[in-house]
Design a protein around this ligand. Sequence first.
Ligand code: CA
Length: 421
Amino acid sequence: MLKTSKKVIGIALAASLLSTGISVFPNNAQAKSTVEITWLGSGQPQEKQAYEQVIKRFEKSHPNVKIKYVVMAAGEQYNIKIKAAMASGNMPDIFYINPENVKSWVGSGKVLNLSKYVKKSDINNIWKPAISKYRFDGKNVGKGDIYALPKDVGPFAFAYNKTMFKKAGIPLPDKDKPYTWKQWIAISKKLTKDTNKDGKLDQWATGLNINWSLAPFVWSNGADWLNAAKNKVTITDPNFEEALQFFVDQTNKYKITPDSKTAATMDTYQRWLKGQEAFFACGPWDVPVFNKLPFDYDLMPWPAGKTGKTATWLGSLGFAVSKTTKHAKEAVEFAMYLSTEKTGQKLVSDLNIQIPNIVDMATSDYLKRKDKPDNKKEFIQIAQDYGRSWPYEYTYTREWYDEFYVGIQAVLDGKVSVKQY
Ligand code: CA
């Protein structure tokens, strides 16, 4: 017991001497000049290995910087850990920030303003909509100074089962001209059938999850959850109601999805994987799994409502630097390296974890690749042109948005009307 506490005191003393710059080790040149940057990340082992290579190269070109990379599983555990770190004031130098937290985390003074360190030329070739997610002027997200750099962008595309189309003799969807809802329903009806003639449907057009896939219908119909000033909920807009009705009708009126009883025996994602559905959502994170499916698939624009323009969500995760970091310059330099350095970006995009953050690389090397999906350009177009942020990224919390979905199952089941809801 006594021994242990002595040791602790010893370390604490050494640490305090070090931080005052007093020499405690005979050969301390290294200790004095080396800066340690802690990065708390999350992700799959594959991703971790890729980033370890990136770290090695960074350390080689920055001999005075040592990166301490700590990786956790992605998800709720990570958020809990970061929130605890924020509360204790003991923050890692670099951590992930979800765009939905920009307003609250910047507002509470946890995140370093990067604008002073980031030159325009540093980010010229990075997806602008992704950078925008991390801009905040103290009032609105989307403009002002930069508080994080994108780790990735997640264009939420629409996929179709090419093999099923060919088998049915239906012309493949146009790469750039979205189906109108009417056209999409007509084709969907053709693709919903009882293929083995046993009297039961075994192939459907789709089976979309409303939490992820309602937005493309709402947005392309000229509606949104919030007004342009982002201070008023607008879900009673007739265009919004129409889009929600159309979503519900996919199951209850047009019957182009498995009904809830059928979906309960196997979920609609599994059915897509088994080749039982013609259309499904697809982000870059799905590609490693989809590329191993026994059928061919490709990307297309989401069907468009009355605006005639396709719309979808563009996700992202960002690298933030702690406002309390002792090594702001080095931490920002490393965050920039992670976000924009070419060899590292090639590494993570070749792993099919994400598309490159660098526009030039995405529109050249990545597009030229021969692996599936053929229409990789759809991902690019979403990242470059028409991908949108979730409505709650503009607000302090997402509670109001989650509230919208609380009773939605009754609407999907046809027990509560859209109007009532
Ligand atoms: Ca059947």
